[in-house]
Design a protein around this ligand. Structure first.
Ligand SMILES: C[S@@+](CC[C@H](N)C(=O)[O-])C[C@H]1O[C@@H](n2cnc3c(N)ncnc32)[C@H](O)[C@@H]1O
Length: 234
């Protein structure tokens, strides 16, 4: 049983990292390597978050960050590198991905503020009211049913401080590249991502507005992905 878990664990890690690499390569086809594409794609997302927070939050300090759907920790590590004075928490529903995230972080260069990992559902985290300055949700919502997206947005509004920033990045329903994908490919994608239709049909701006967010902005941060940012009123 133990060995089976180990095999499954390794397979999940490889699958997750390979999927991320191929997604990055498709997003920035002009880059000469996966590393360059990753830096561009993640850099654009992080800059959109930083710009939004600087522009709309009177306290420009980002002290506490929650990364919902952190998987094996790639997005949490990018956030921790960009905001080195902040406390970053990676949260995921999968204990296996979290174990990989923890292991990878332990084998890297030690940080002044080590990343913490929490096993929870982003729809109901149990985290204290008004306790974060930034929540980031990257490449998660296209995997979620519409009801879960709405719940995660409401939960984020609850645990963000006034002036806190919400950021999500994912497939853009307005992306020409995605709109021109062949119907066969789209059907194939739905075999591993069954809620794609629900995600594309969710009006994210309206979902954020209904939860109480203001300053809602969306930027096409690469030809396939949108980064949506918003603020909790002060
Ligand atoms: C594609 S991965 C995200 C990758 C990562 N954020 C990044 O940018 O590299 C999606 C993750 O979302 C997690 N997830 C989906 N729904 C969730 C929920 N309601 N609460 C917490 N995690 C969730 C899955 O377990 C999975 O690890």
């Amino acid at each position: 049983m133990h060995m089976m878990k180990g095999i499954l664990h390794g397979w999940q890690q490889q699958k997750s990292e390979a999927a991320t690499k191929s997604m990055v390569r498709r997003a920035i086809p002009t880059a000469s390597s996966v590393e360059e594409a990753t830096q561009i794609m993640r850099g654009n997302w992080l800059n959109a978050i930083e710009q939004h927070h600087l522009q709309h939050s009177q306290t420009s300090m980002i002290g506490d960050i929650l990364d919902i759907g952190c998987s094996v920790g790639v997005s949490s590590r990018f956030l921790a590198d960009k905001f080195p004075t902040a406390n970053v928490i990676g949260l995921d529903m999968s204990p296996y991905f979290l174990a990989v995230a923890q292991h990878k972080e332990k084998s890297g260069t030690p940080r002044k503020n080590p990343i913490k990992w929490i096993h929870a559902n982003g729809e109901d985290t149990g985290l204290p009211f008004k306790s974060f300055d930034l929540v980031s949700i990257s490449y998660v919502f296209h995997e979620c049913p519409a009801r879960a997206i709405v719940n995660v947005v409401k939960e984020a509004f609850r645990f963000l401080r006034p002036g806190g920033t919400f950021a999500m990045t994912d497939n853009s329903p307005k992306s020409k590249v995605l709109q021109e994908l062949s119907p066969v490919l789209f059907t194939l994608m739905k075999s591993t991502e069954p809620f794609l239709d629900e995600y594309y049909l969710t009006d994210m701006d309206e979902t954020l507005r209904e939860a109480g967010f203001v300053n809602i902005k969306s930027i096409l941060t690469d030809p396939r992905h949108v980064t949506l940012t918003a603020t909790v009123p002060q």
